[in-house]
Ligand binder design. Structure first.
Ligand code: 1PR
Length: 524
């Protein structure tokens, strides 16, 4: 029996599912007594340090946790569950952590995208039963902006390189904790959880890595655009430049839960669901999407993102829901990240009118509770050609692909409601403003390229990537494995997403990865 500390933020369902998939039962901590009575305690966490410690204090769990740790009883911390073990964090000055390990949590101060999102390796520093079975070259899923800096180097179990060499897991006696997410690291992560659930007395020797530094992999993401068809069934669909109908009917490319599982098994590094009619439906009334997420997270142990309809909403009975309520429901149903589309454009427009950061927008509120890394902005831009950069008050680029009248410049107009409404805002400014408000990643679609199989819009990706320091997911237009190589060699995008070629089995994920191996760092 595993006791799981769910302090109320982030995706604990995945951890529960991952543990249960190993045949173990899980009970949740409801009070300090549950910690005292635990045989093996797992403390997972995503989110923000200050919010996490505030909740642990409110629930009266801090002393019980400290006593559990001091008694050296079996403990596995994950992500924030690692950071909580230290004295304090730069993320929340003045707020104390559990202080079990001397040391601090620091923000990455590096010349790379922060948060670090994706699959990276580990340098194993000492033998441990937790890492039994590893060969040393494996990659695990990380998502964080902060890393621990222990005073006592003896506790370091693994390090990872990302701009610097940072501590990616610790171990002292029975207290172990990882910065990476075993529950999101596919079968390897599950084997690590199994090692914690059924610990062996033997500790595997330290495997020798071929290179002395680990490298963050470029991610390949499978995207499922989901909506109800005219018969009322929830289906995965796919558009041509966002038009998902063919001969009047919504294209039906399969069932969301089945397809997500297929992509997990085929090696997708992440799976994204976009509820493409979310702008007009309300996800908390549109429960099938929540169900899809719950079902998917039972079998899919890589990160799940969900977007569509994340906004404030008043239902027909006058009951008000905030975007944070919607996001919370998604996180509790198995999502690791939520993505905001239409509402992000309106939020950015408001910000640009006043220049005031109010703390009240959905981006700010959700990132405050769940951390920046959990908030993705899905951008739906369309190219608009102009003759000169002076023609419009937007970020204009000089393009190698002139417009119909020979125009040499263009800007990328943001749209809302699935491309139905163009706004007076460009994609570069949107990305920049959203980063400022607390977004952790940009999912950069392109309506002109969507469904065309003609390759990603390299010019758009470079323009946006140059304007932000957070990771960018290149999306729309993938038609071949070569297109993935092009996007990774000609832009700094951290990941690339595709839909149509995977749904239609034109280019399997494995073929993309085989093509990229030796050329680009990827997770095999
Ligand atoms: O505005 O917050 O409710 O979110 C709605 C979400 O739904 C947004 O993220 C928006 O991008 C998405 N969406 C809305 N309408 C459509 C549509 O297609 N009619 N899909 C839509 C966007 C873009 C990608 C697609 C890639 C790759 N789809 O997700 O999967 O373009 O496709 P490809 O590889 O086949 O070229 P809100």
């Amino acid at each position: 029996m595993i006791t799981l500390l769910d302090y109320g933020a982030g995706n604990v369902l995945s951890v529960i599912n991952a543990i249960q998939s190993q045949g173990e039962t899980v009970t949740l901590v409801k009070s300090a007594a549950d910690i005292e009575n635990a045989e093996r305690l797992v403390f997972p966490g995503v989110g923000a340090f200050g919010n996490m410690m505030a909740i642990l204090q409110q629930k009266g769990l801090v002393k019980a946790l400290q006593a559990y740790l001091e008694a050296d009883r079996p403990f596995l911390g994950i992500c924030m569950g690692l950071q909580a073990l230290f004295e304090d964090s730069e993320e929340a000055p003045g707020i104390k952590g559990l202080g079990f390990f001397p040391g601090r949590v620091k923000r990455f101060d590096i010349n790379l995208a922060v948060p670090q999102i994706g699959w990276n390796g580990i340098n194993i520093k000492k033998p441990s039963a937790l890492l039994n079975g590893l060969q040393g070259e494996e990659k695990f899923y990380f998502v964080h902006s902060y890393h621990v800096v222990p005073e006592d180097s003896d506790i370091i179990l693994t390090t990872t390189n990302y701009g610097i060499e940072f501590v990616s897991s610790v171990k002292k006696g029975n207290i172990q904790a990882t910065q990476f997410h075993p529950e999101k690291s596919g079968t390897l992560g599950l084997s690590l959880l199994r090692n914690f659930i059924n610990p062996s007395t033997a500790e595997a020797p330290i495997p020798i890595r071929q290179s002395d530094k680990t490298v963050l992999a470029k991610r390949i993401i499978a995207c499922l655009d989901v909506r109800s068809n005219d018969q009322g069934d929830l289906v995965v669909t796919k558009g041509d430049q966002y038009d998902v109908r063919e001969d009047g009917d919504v294209r039906n490319l399969g069932q969301p839960v089945d397809l997500a599982r297929r992509y997990y098994e085929e090696g997708a590094d992440e799976v994204t669901f976009l509820n493409i009619t979310g702008f007009r439906d309300f996800p908390l009334e549109d429960m099938p999407m929540i169900d899809v997420l719950k079902q998917t997270s039972k079998n899919v142990f890589v990160p799940l993102t969900i977007g569509g309809g994340i906004k404030d909403y008043t239902d027909k009975n006058g009951k008000q829901y905030s975007a944070l309520d919607v996001a919370t429901e998604y996180f509790r149903s198995g999502a690791d990240k939520i993505s905001i589309g239409s509402d992000a454009v309106l939020i950015a427009e408001d910000y640009l009118k006043t220049g005031i950061i109010t703390g009240q927008s959905a981006i700010e509120k959700i990132s405050y509770v769940y951390g920046n890394q959990a908030v993705v902005i899905s951008v739906d831009p369309r190219r608009v050609y102009v003759n000169s950069p002076d023609d419009v008050p937007h970020e204009v680029i000089e393009t190698q692909f002139p417009g119909p009248q020979g125009e040499k410049f263009c800007w990328y107009q943001c749209t809302i409601k699935g491309g139905r409404e163009g706004r007076e805002l460009d994609a570069v400014t949107l990305a920049h403003v959203c980063e400022k408000l607390g977004a952790g990643e940009i999912l950069l679609n392109c309506i002109d390229k969507d469904g065309t199989n003609s390759g990603f819009d390299i010019e758009l990706i470079n323009a946006v990537k140059n304007a932000v320091t957070i990771p960018v997911i290149a999306s729309s237009g993938a038609g071949s494995a070569e297109h993935f190589y092009q996007v990774f060699s000609e832009t700094e995008a951290e990941s690339a997403l595709a839909a149509g070629i995977f749904h239609r089995r034109e280019v399997p994920i494995a073929a993309v990865k085989t093509y990229l191996s030796e050329k680009v760092e990827i997770r095999q």
